[in-house]
Write a protein that binds this ligand. Structure first.
Ligand code: KIV
Length: 275
């Protein structure tokens, strides 16, 4: 007899996402906090606890300084706020490149301590063997090719990839190796449409594009970018809201009211009980 009571809403899992290949577009956004995860959950297939959290939330210049502890705290928050979307958590720089064994131990820690259903790794030339090692031991892995933000210090900036024939060939090869190693999906970032389509045709699992055209099987954006929370928007982002403007207006209104002693008003205070 088991006392286990199944959840009424089953989260999407890696095989559900893989099965969408070439059929139903996959909707993904980043999430770092419980309230935002709650808002996104009903609309997204995948919530990615991206290591972009380091830049978006913690003000770091890039993702290199992101730690396991940061990913675990944000992963736990996103799991608490969501119930239907699949939650994928980024493995931070330095947590998986050294050896398959270290990668596996860190992936297990991320999954056990957060409850996330999969990890994502930036799958450069040295990582396919690690993806294979982890998948064979029960860790669903999402790959990430093209512009790999964790390589920013080697690349000298966040630069679109695949401009020359040799680099295009290499990225296609990395995507193939990642998929062949058992990844359930592959993020393709910052490449031209032709290469994105070529990768999408070449691999058996879905491609999730970011700055990589509609030629991919799904799309992902950094939520704060598409909500217009920053004063700068990358070329590939569509701003679906201007939350920066809205927040500016709201905070200016609050500041004016406090300074003019208009806030709080009679409806916004507690009254002491008589006697
Ligand atoms: O860290 C991140 O947010 C990402 C996505 C933008 C793909 O890797």
């Amino acid at each position: 007899m088991s006392s286990h009571r199944p959840e009424t809403v089953r989260r999407l899992a890696a095989p559900d996402i893989t099965a969408r290949k070439g059929a139903v577009p996959i909707v993904c956004l980043t999430a770092y906090t419980a309230p935002m995860a709650e808002l996104l959950d009903a609309h997204c297939d995948v919530l990615l606890v991206g290591d972009s959290v380091g830049m978006v939330v913690h003000g770091l210049p890039n993702t290199v300084g992101v730690t396991m502890e940061m990913m675990i705290l944000h992963g736990q928050a996103v799991m608490r706020g969501s119930k239907a979307a699949m939650v994928v958590i980024d493995m931070p720089f330095g947590s998986y490149e050294g050896s398959p064994e270290t990668a596996y131990a860190n992936a297990i820690r991320l999954m056990k301590e957060t409850g996330a259903q999969a990890v994502k790794v930036e799958s450069g030339p040295a990582v396919a063997g690690t993806v294979d090692y982890m998948v064979k031991r029960g860790v669903p892995v999402m790959g990430h090719v093209g512009l790999r933000p964790q390589s920013v210090l080697v690349d000298g900036g966040f630069k679109a990839k695949g401009k020359g024939a040799e680099e295009r060939r290499r990225i296609l090869e990395e995507a193939r190796a990642t998929a062949d190693a058992g990844a359930f999906a592959v993020v393709v970032e910052g490449v031209a449409e032709g290469l994105a389509r070529e990768i999408t045709e070449a691999i058996a699992v879905p491609t999730i594009g970011i700055g990589a055209s509609a030629g991919c099987d799904g799309q992902i954006l950094v939520t704060d970018d598409m909500l217009g929370l920053f004063d700068w928007t990358p070329k590939f982002v569509r701003r679906y809201a201007d939350l920066r403007g809205e927040i500016g207006k709201a905070v200016a209104g609050y500041a004016e009211d406090v300074r003019a002693r208009r806030f709080p008003g009679p409806a916004e205070i507690y009254f002491a009980k008589a006697g």
